[in-house]
Write a protein that binds this ligand. Structure first.
Ligand code: PBG
Length: 330
């Protein structure tokens, strides 16, 4: 058969495929999310997230060292707070006993160059699991009161050594307020990575196991602040508001089910676009692999390259450490 175009010619060998590959992933493209709990010396496995641990301050440092040795430049630190320390307004967030601050301080001291990212939200600290403070009648999350609390938390995180604070709460107007609060407190060098388009997703389940933030018997749904999975136009609105309000980077979350959003935002955004491959995306690949239904490494790699190909500059992923280890050893 005479064919002018035979695309298979460029797929013939690994070397040719490598030369013509369009999308590349490097360890520097990743942020590794890491959990820290108030444990004395050991790390505790999280059953619904194989290979992921709640770290003690000690094992956190060892793990951070490992991450750095594989070329990972950034960590997102999440606290696991004991149920006895939670209340309806998340007071423990502002306590000097909050393990997050100790973790940030010690990471900052031991790894001066590592980019440290701290979530700004109240869900690890509230007894009801919402990202903010409820209104008096308990029927809604009080937007403006929550934003005030977030500003306080952002300043404490900046003081403890966060490079970027990352509001993940989806309240209105919080980027502007947090920017002003940081500037006023002398933290104009601290950046804001906004969870700008955070969808109301079932894929956060294992994360809520990890930090114990499952929503209990609440009259309020997270759908009153997180985006409807059906809405792409509204995601653009959220992103443009956060950029106008002063975000330094924006995030789309989850990643895999929202590649269309990542793609459309990355084509127009003038600031870096992050994507969060969330806990459920991680755990479902592991679960299928444990059953022998998917091959772990290739499913992992495909899920990650797809997010990069869609246009994400930076990927938050629980696979970051294993991926970077394989990368360094290949
Ligand atoms: C909380 C927060 C969530 C995640 C990151 N920050 C969960 C939520 O909104 O319940 C989820 C991350 C994951 O699932 O890996 N503000």
């Amino acid at each position: 058969m005479r064919l002018l175009r035979r695309p298979r010619r460029l797929r013939a060998t690994p070397a040719i495929r490598s030369l013509v590959r369009e999308t590349h992933l490097l360890p520097k493209h990743f942020v590794y999310p890491i959990f820290v709990g108030d444990l004395t010396n050991h790390a505790e496995p999280i059953p619904s997230m194989p290979g992921i641990y709640r770290h003690s301050l000690h094992s956190l440092l060892q793990h951070a060292e490992l991450a750095r040795s594989y070329g990972l430049l950034a960590l997102a630190v999440f606290p696991c707070i004991a149920p006895s320390q939670k209340d309806h307004i998340g007071s423990f967030a502002f306590s000097d006993q909050n393990i997050l601050f100790a973790a940030l301080r010690s990471l900052r001291q031991n790894f001066p160059d590592t980019v440290l990212i701290a979530d700004v939200a109240l869900d690890p600290y509230t007894s009801h699991g919402h990202d903010g403070i409820l209104t008096e009648d308990g029927r809604d999350v009080d937007n403006d009161k929550t934003v005030e609390a977030l500003c306080k938390l952002a300043i404490l995180e900046a003081e403890a050594g966060a490079t970027w604070v990352a509001p993940s709460d989806m309240m209105d107007g919080r980027i502007h307020q947090i920017r002003s609060a940081l500037d006023e407190a002398g933290f104009e060098h601290v950046g804001i990575l906004s969870y700008a388009a955070k969808f109301c997703s079932a894929y956060y389940g294992p994360f809520r196991d990890a930090v114990g933030s499952k929503i209990g018997n609440s009259a309020v749904s997270k759908a009153t602040y997180q985006l409807d999975p059906a809405n792409a136009r509204e995601a653009k609105l959220e992103v443009s508001l956060d950029i106008e309000e002063g975000a330094d980077l924006v995030m789309i979350k989850p990643a895999g089910p929202y590649l269309d959003i990542i793609s459309s935002i990355s084509q127009v955004s003038q600031i870096p676009v992050c994507a969060y491959q969330v806990s459920g995306e991680y755990s479902q690949i592991h679960a299928a692999a444990q059953n022998g239904w998917l091959e772990l490494r290739s499913a992992r790699n495909e899920s990650l390259i797809a997010i990069k190909r869609a246009g994400a500059d930076i990927i938050f992923s629980y696979f970051a450490l294993d991926w970077a280890k394989d990368f360094c050893q290949s």
